[in-house]
Design a protein around this ligand. Structure first.
Ligand code: NDP
Length: 304
């Protein structure tokens, strides 16, 4: 029987560990502060931003949400960031991606002070990651490392295969695994014979954004499978494919007319993996926990 790596429980563990540090910083100086900027009204982004702000407030941190219209120009966003860069009560600045097309996302990333860049996307922090030097790490891959560590999954010496090479998930994931002494292979859309490469993995991380693309033939029996993907499926035929062998998922689709699925076929993980992260409730919750950890760390360092 495959072990389910419960992201919600690990998330709670991490938040419980952060709480006393937040309380003592608040008592000594002031609460850590995170400002989230949301441009436009993408429904998924609104949900993410709301839950980031809510978690901050529940932990006793200061949190503000700045909402800007979808027509906002780059210069306006840069001037907002400039104000936040100079505010003493702000330790973390997060600009929710994706930004509208007219905004120069790279200029925005570059404008955030690296020590307030709690997403870890600023080129300075990317360089620190490559060099394995301290800096805020991108939250989703950092969350995956916490899942592995807290689930006693041996990373040193393991063959790790990461499917996806994006700047926010795949590349930093590969670097974090490498720094933890895994032997890492990074795959992408031009990789030849992806199933065979994936079958070489002791730890398989899927971060592709393709619903249930990774099926049983990609998974070596006994591997650990980390499913980063989050995809909403609304087409009934596609739902029948991705829910095959998972009656609970099919029931969710029948009830709601849509179902959330990762990049890995749920029944394949359950049948072949030694341990796996479910979707939802696996990697997702950790992303917010790591954002909180990065914000607290930034506050502790700035108030030292
Ligand atoms: P991107 O679209 O930026 O990157 C996808 C990567 O997957 C690319 O490198 C692409 O290759 C690769 N890929 C796509 N199709 C294939 C294929 N058929 N074979 C091999 N490789 C393929 O996505 P992100 O990295 O931003 O996100 C990945 C997934 O993770 C998404 O589902 C996203 O929703 C989810 N996510 C979840 C988070 C969470 O908190 N749980 C947070 C962030 C993301 P190439 O480079 O060649 O195009």
């Amino acid at each position: 029987m495959a072990r389910i790596l419960d992201g919600k429980a690990i998330n709670q563990q991490i938040l419980d560990e952060l709480q006393p540090r937040i309380a003592s910083l608040t008592a000594a100086r002031r609460p850590p502060g995170l400002v989230v900027i949301l441009v436009g009204n993408d429904p998924a982004s609104e949900i993410y931003v709301r839950s980031k702000v809510k978690t901050c407030l529940e932990l006793g941190m200061m949190s503000e949400e700045i909402r800007l219209p979808g027509t906002t120009a780059t210069a306006e966003l840069l001037s907002q960031i400039d104000v936040l860069n100079h505010r003493d009560d702000v330790d973390g600045i997060l600009v929710q991606m994706p930004l509208p097309k007219q905004v120069d996302s790279r200029a925005v990333l570059l404008a955030i002070r690296p020590d307030k860049d709690v997403d870890g996307f600023h080129p300075y922090n990317v360089g620190q990651l490559v060099a394995n030097s301290p800096a805020p790490r991108p939250c989703t891959p950092a969350g995956v490392m916490e899942i592995l560590r807290r689930s006693q999954i041996q990373v040193a010496g393991a063959q790790a295969v990461v499917v996806g090479r994006s700047d926010i998930v795949g590349k930093p994931m590969a670097l974090l695994l490498l720094h933890a002494h895994a032997t890492v292979t990074v795959c992408h859309s031009k990789t030849r014979d992806l199933p065979a490469v994936c079958r070489s993995a002791d730890i398989l991380v899927a971060a592709m954004g393709r619903p249930a693309f990774i099926t049983g033939e990609f998974i070596r029996p006994g591997a650990v499978v980390i499913d980063v993907g989050v995809n909403r499926v609304t087409d009934p035929a596609e739902a029948a494919r991705v829910c095959a062998g998972s009656p609970a998922k099919q029931a969710a689709f029948d009830r709601n007319g849509s179902v959330l699925v990762g990049d890995v076929l749920p029944s394949a993980m359950a049948e072949r993996a030694e341990a796996y992260t479910p979707v939802p409730g696996g990697v997702g919750p950790l992303t917010i926990a790591m954002l909180m950890a990065n914000t607290l760390q930034s506050a502790e360092q700035r108030l030292k």
